[in-house]
Design a protein around this ligand. Structure first.
Ligand code: PLP
Length: 273
């Protein structure tokens, strides 16, 4: 399998990154997962904008977006997948042990992988840990995912496929790898970016296309919402049929089903919305 590493295509078996790369030693890195449709990236411009925002937030040099675009095209040409994803990883690069960065410059890796069809309605849990909406990493798509890994493992132990976090003031925030939406009296609401959630690209498209409104929501809104759904690059819009012990029979409900339809129609006609 071919991947892009620092300027060119390489065989994955022979591609080498330093064992002192800061992405590995201190989680000093950012990434993007980009869906591919018929072998072409979806919403790539938005993903590259967010990559730059995340780099600036972490104090990494701006990524060379021309190179990233070339890398995406090259790996997709070398590794065509009918339904897939591109993973763009950009790290602090080789550096000394410790938190100070070295001076060899960042590492860029672009890889392609397969994915599955959008999953059916799913169960989610809430977890007792919080997202820090005032933290240095709030809203950045960093490779520091260990907390998400722990939360997702707890979800999986409880027969759920996603875990939802509140922020430090008890407001609903997001999932480990998704944004969350609730339907109240026929209206769709989602937490604002100020809640500490990632500015999800699927979230932004759902706000635009399905008319969802941003609102601060207490975590217990999940106990009374008529419908709940998740958004992310690999899910698009995914209905939720259980939150903790509460069943939401008939998911997707009518509002979620309409949001799914709108998303599918718009996304089909516009690869770079
Ligand atoms: N929130 C987190 C923490 C994520 O990791 C992701 C995606 O991986 C999302 C939200 C959804 O963002 P997007 O729609 O851009 O994939």
């Amino acid at each position: 399998m071919k991947i892009w590493l620092d300027g060119g295509l390489k065989d994955v078996e022979s591609a080498r990154v330093s064992v002192l790369d800061h992405g590995l030693t201190v989680g000093d890195g950012i990434f993007e997962t980009v869906k591919t449709v018929h072998g072409r990236p979806f919403a790539l411009t938005r993903h590259l904008d967010r990559l730059t925002r995340s780099a600036r937030g972490l104090g990494l040099p701006d990524p060379d977006l021309d190179e990233v675009r070339r890398a995406c095209a090259a790996v997709l040409e070398a590794e065509p997948v009918p339904l897939g994803r591109l993973r763009i990883t950009y790290t602090g690069g080789h550096g000394p042990l410790g938190s100070d960065r070295g001076d060899r410059g960042p590492t860029l890796v672009v890889a392609v992988g397969g994915t599955t069809r959008r999953p059916d309605a799913t169960a989610v849990i809430t977890v007792p840990w919080t997202r820090n909406e005032r933290g240095a990493l709030a809203g950045l798509k960093t490779t520091s995912y260990a907390e998400n890994v722990v939360a997702l493992a707890r979800a999986s132990q409880q027969g759920a496929s996603e875990a939802l976090f509140a922020n430090t003031v008890g407001q609903l925030c997001e999932g480990t790898g998704s944004n969350v939406f609730v339907v109240l009296d026929g209206e769709i609401h989602t937490p604002p970016v100020a809640s500490g959630c990632l500015a999800g690209i699927t979230r932004a498209l759902t706000v635009e296309w399905a008319g969802a409104k941003e609102a601060e929501l207490p975590l217990d809104v999940l106990e009374r919402a008529d419908e709940v759904f998740l958004t992310s690059t690999l899910r698009d819009v995914q209905a939720v049929h259980r939150v903790d012990g509460r069943e939401l029979p008939g998911a997707p409900g009518p509002v979620t089903a309409k949001a799914m339809r709108i998303f599918d129609e718009r996304a089909r006609n516009d690869l770079d919305p």
